[in-house]
Design a protein around this ligand. Structure first.
Ligand code: BES
Ligand code: ZN
Ligand code: ZN
Length: 446
């Protein structure tokens, strides 16, 4: 086992012993500067220890995440002499975030850099977190061919089985009967049937939470077809669903005192002779009629019905995650909209602590007018050209949430466009750590 020591310019020499190590330090010009890494070799040419220059005060989370790329195969452990318990946990987490590879379709086996848990660690929290984040990433990265409505449903089934939760599924024509007309309209063109999957878990005496996620397995844009560039990444349009599956896995796995309901509308936004069309009007679950201005604004439609359904049980809080606009407002920083600004500001603080950026955003009342239709109650795209699609989309959803229900809407990007330390290119869980730690506090508050 190789120990990794976190050092700085003032103390690095305390970790160097003998001529052999001193020479290597000199040769490589290592002096404990932030981000410097050196593997010290013994006289057999094997790594005896690793020194990593870290300025603890300059928030070195992502620097630790970059280590897995810089180190050769081996079994490592962190020296925790100068780390408090929380930092120790975050360092382990950073390591695992950086280690992730989506290798389902790769025939070569990647190198193995392993980390032994430190004895002082909350291993349960760490590994649940890692497992949840990587599960979310895997679901998003899986091509639509292998992650269709049925496959996404199976992921939720797996969750229900693991935690002995109740599950119900409404599929195809049944969606009309059960009151999900918009989910049906969007999903009806695909031969992979649209569905709403509900999961219920926990003790009814606890605070009640509904998690909703946009589960569009592939978004062609429907008849208002997307461009080739716009469509290229659309396997990720179920990232909202993946995110709430991951969050539910954490809540149940770590047994937060929450009465949890997961409600996930799942569709392919596809083209066929049976596609819903621009100009069509549908009556949504809450009775409001919705004109279709553009079939590519499908996410808000499927969420509308499910948000209304969620409000019917009068929960303490509803949270939805969706790649509604690709989070044009903030990119990889999650946009969190709520009437309860205190709550989203608290979330923002928690997110900062856990290196999972979320930002409190306003629900702007005047934008509701943009969804007035000439011939129906609402239209699904703004009637004027506006350059703030993320904020207006939130106001469309607001039409389907009861004013007395506490609700947070999160627009997420759902993937990393480029690789950064700890954030490999591709599908990404966004806001998961922020929301888990926020809910940990929220669930225990009176
Ligand atoms: N799934 C897309 C949004 C999206 C785009 C997510 C890029 C991730 C990356 C969504 O269904 C969509 O097409 N939204 C449109 C709505 C418009 C037609 C009103 C948008 O935001 O451009
Ligand atoms: Zn779309
Ligand atoms: Zn979409």
């Amino acid at each position: 086992m190789i120990t990794i020591y976190f050092v700085n310019p003032d103390n690095y020499s305390d970790f160097v012993s003998g001529h052999l190590e001193e020479n290597q330090i000199k040769e490589k010009g290592f002096f404990g500067k932030h981000g410097q890494v050196i593997c010290l070799l013994n006289n057999k040419g094997c790594i005896s220890k690793v020194l990593v220059g870290l300025k603890i005060k300059s928030d070195p989370f992502w620097t630790v995440a970059s280590l897995t790329h810089q180190l050769p195969e081996g079994l490592y452990q962190f020296d925790a002499t100068f780390l408090d318990k929380k930092t120790l946990l975050l360092f382990h987490l950073a390591w695992y975030l950086g280690l992730y590879r989506f290798d389902r379709y790769k025939t070569q086996i990647p190198k193995k850099v392993l980390l032994e848990d430190h004895v002082d660690l909350d291993s349960n929290l760490l590994h649940r977190m890692v497992q949840s984040i990587n599960w979310v990433r895997d679901m998003i990265n899986t091509p639509a061919e292998d992650c269709g409505p049925k496959d996404l449903e199976l992921n939720i089934k797996q969750l229900a089985k693991t935690f002995d939760a109740q599950m119900e599924v409404f599929k195809g024509e049944e969606l009309i009967e059960k009151g999900y007309p918009l989910v049906h309209a969007v999903g009806r063109a695909s031969d992979r049937k649209p569905r709403v999957v509900n999961l219920t878990w926990g003790d009814e005496s606890h605070k009640s939470l509904v998690l909703i996620g946009k589960g569009v397995c592939f978004d062609t844009g429907g008849l208002d077809l997307k461009s080739a560039v716009g469509m290229r990444q659309m396997k990720k349009d179920m990232a909202g669903a993946a995110n709430v599956i991951g969050l539910a896995n954490l809540i149940m796995g770590l047994q937060l005192p929450i009465y949890l309901k997961l409600m996930i509308p799942i569709v392919d936004n596809n083209l066929s002779a049976n596609s819903y069309r621009p100009g069509d009007i549908f009556t949504s679950r809450n009775g409001k009629t919705v004109e279709i201005g553009n079939t590519d604004a499908e996410g808000r439609l499927i969420l509308a019905d499910v948000l209304s359904a969620a409000c019917e049980s009068d929960p303490d809080l509803i949270i939805d995650f969706a790649t509604l606009t690709g989070n044009r407002a903030l990119g990889s920083v999650v946009s969190c909209f709520s009437h309860d600004v205190e709550m989203t500001q608290e979330l923002q603080m928690v997110g900062k602590t856990y290196h999972d950026p979320v930002w409190s955003m306003p629900l702007i009342k005047q934008y509701s007018q943009l969804f007035e239709s000439d011939i129906a109650d609402l239209v699904n795209i703004p009637k004027l050209v506006v350059d703030c699609g993320t904020a207006t989309a939130a106001m469309f959803l607001n039409e389907f949430v009861s004013p007395k229900t506490s609700w947070i809407h999160c627009d997420i990007l759902g993937f990393n466009p480029n690789s950064l330390p700890g954030r490999p290119k591709g599908g990404e869980a966004m806001g998961l750590r922020a929301f888990y730690h926020f809910l940990d506090i929220w669930s225990r508050r009176q």
